[in-house]
Write a protein that binds this ligand. Structure first.
Ligand code: AMP
Ligand code: GLY
Length: 421
């Protein structure tokens, strides 16, 4: 079997690593991949917006199955496009991908299906939004409707901040805005909850806790994710049942009502308040770095799971996990999430000796001649599986010390709520 993976982050390297272990797979192409995937697959540098070029390459190389990592091509309809040429694709179609592509689509769906979420209002212009904000309690949350690579969300403490947010959104900071979403601020603890679905049936795919802020103690700017651990400390059987019954199942039913279905990973970003789940957002893909954290725990052939999904027979697969604790720390370029240097060599990377339960997944890296260069903000993901989170984190810190890369920084407190209690 020849497989293609779309994307270039740590998530895609983890997916590539896991698929590469399957005996059924003899070749993997990554579009465009990174230095890590280039060791186990062939990287192909095609722009992900150029669906036709991707399709031509996929057909020419007889790639039988394509796994889509990031949200943008999904929201832009890559699944529908490639399936139109008879290519098997793991990832939701364009209609279903609105769950991430339009926050307002999802909020309206929550309202219709009684899915617990923050109270909200949708405003079509600045005047209406500002009138409402004048009468609101703070903090309050203001969101751009469309995909904004995690940046279109403002948590506002006062009316100056909220008026500024509304202005920026309508001024087009995140693309043309026809409306703005204003939400009640929910105070609780966040959790990432995953399922995998083939359109007819679904299975839970684990939980994780992500650290999105750049500074220790969960302070500073939002990032793509500085590290994660799995399982989440919040999950229990009662909570999982509530998440499935109140959030996941009504959402999948909504897809059927829209005369479509959901195939792929679905990632619910939840706020948990007193063991009750509230939906903050949906992502139509795996999380990054949650994927890197979760996938090494998988004891079932990942290819078999994904292929079964594409063939609408996920119910024939029993997904097995090992019960170790997993922790991931992201090593970033100094300056991230603001400006940082590119093409900085990571000298000692080939000298790292990892234990059998430890993993190094690349993100923003590029292999040039024989050297590995950092070309992105999030550069390397260190993952360790252990009987306890503390051992996992200590091992990772030792690897980072050994790597001794002067261009990087990382958060030393990933998992503090389960380690440094
Ligand atoms: P989102 O892109 O929708 O996940 O929002 C980014 C981050 O903003 C989330 O991970 C939360 O930390 C925070 N956030 C979003 N909506 C709310 C809300 N209604 N209440 C509290 N925090 C929120
Ligand atoms: N880790 C957050 C995300 O993947 O969106």
């Amino acid at each position: 079997m020849i497989v293609g993976i779309i994307g270039s982050g740590g998530r895609e390297h983890a997916i590539c690593h896991s698929l590469n272990k399957s005996k059924k797979i003899n070749k993997i192409y990554c579009f465009p991949g990174n230095a890590g995937t280039s060791n186990i697959a062939e990287n192909i540098n095609i722009n992900l917006d150029e669906f036709e070029k991707l399709k031509d390459f996929i057909l020419q190389k007889n790639i039988e199955l394509v796994v889509v990592g990031p949200e943008k091509p999904l929201v832009n309809g890559i699944t529908d496009y490639l399936e139109g040429f008879g290519i098997k694709v793991f990832g939701p179609n364009k209609i279903a991908s609105q769950l991430e592509g339009s926050k307002i689509f999802t909020k309206n769906l929550c309202k219709k299906y009684n899915i617990p979420t923050a109270n909200f209002g949708i405003f079509k212009n600045q005047i209406d939004a500002k009138n409402f904000l004048g009468k609101s309690n703070y903090p309050i949350v203001i969101k751009a409707d469309n995909l904004a690579a995690g940046k279109g969300v403002y948590i506002c403490e006062n009316s100056d901040q909220s008026n500024q947010a509304v202005k920026e959104i309508f001024d087009g900071k995140f693309g043309k805005a026809e409306n703005v979403l204003i939400e009640e601020f929910l105070k609780g603890e966040e959790m990432s909850f995953f399922i995998i679905s083939d359109g007819s049936s679904f299975q839970s795919f684990g939980t994780a806790q992500d650290h999105k802020r750049v500074l220790e103690g969960d302070k500073g700017k939002n990032t793509g994710g500085m590290g994660a651990y799995s399982p989440s400390r919040l999950i229990n059987n009662e909570l999982e049942k509530k998440i499935l019954d109140k959030i996941i199942k009504p959402t999948l039913k909504a897809m059927i009502d829209l005369k479509t279905s959901y195939k792929g990973f679905l990632y619910a970003g939840l706020m948990i308040i007193k063991n009750e789940p509230y939906l903050i957002e949906y992502n139509v893909r795996m999380g990054d770095p949650e994927c890197q954290t979760l996938i090494p725990k998988l004891n079932t052939d990942f290819y078999e799971i994904i292929n079964a999904c594409c063939e609408n027979r996920l119910d024939t697969i029993k997904i097995k996990w090992n019960n170790k604790k997993s922790l991931c720390v992201v090593l970033c370029s100094k300056g991230y999430p603001d400006t940082y240097k590119k093409n900085v060599e990571i000298k000692n990377i080939t000298q790292l000796n990892l234990g059998s339960s430890d993993y190094l997944f690349h993100a923003g890296t590029l292999k040039k001649n024989k050297t590995t260069l950092a070309i992105g903000g999030r550069v390397l993901n260190f993952v360790s599986l252990s009987n306890d989170f503390s051992t996992a984190r200590n091992k990772i810190h030792q690897y980072i010390v050994n790597l001794n890369w002067s261009g990087g920084f990382f958060r030393k407190d990933i998992g503090y709520k389960v380690i440094d209690k």
